[in-house]
Design a protein. Sequence first.
Length: 159
Amino acid sequence: MKRIGVTGHRTLPDAVLGPVESGLRAVLGGHDGPLEALSSLAEGADQLFAAIALECGADLTVVIPSGDYEDGFEGPEALDRYQRLRLRATQEVRMDFPRSTDAAYYAAGTYIADSCDRLVAVWDGRPARGHGGTAEIVAYARALGKPVTVLWREGVARD
């Protein structure tokens, strides 16, 4: 079974949504055989990746960074999307952190990078804003020798 993981920004400017969605569909739909998708289901890139992976028939493995992870979602819509996707997961992995901290996010991100055959990064190419951010997980995966597919629209800045 091929395993594809995701790391990416929680906030995606409207200008990148089309190219990112097309790129995700190409990566997730362009494979032969069974597929496992690994995501922490954070708002933004993670949830978009998971939804498209499920549409493409992938098994979804959810990697939960901490015990209080659900408390960090911005508003009921994002939490509802998270819960709906989580219910459709084939497998759930929980990191051993009671609270959502940078260390918890880093642990979840490195778990995904360690466990996948390819990492998809919905990333603007800029440095991480904190420990466990997208740039740090991309660097970690590349250091492991994992192929990394970066999806973004050139010239678009993240807020």
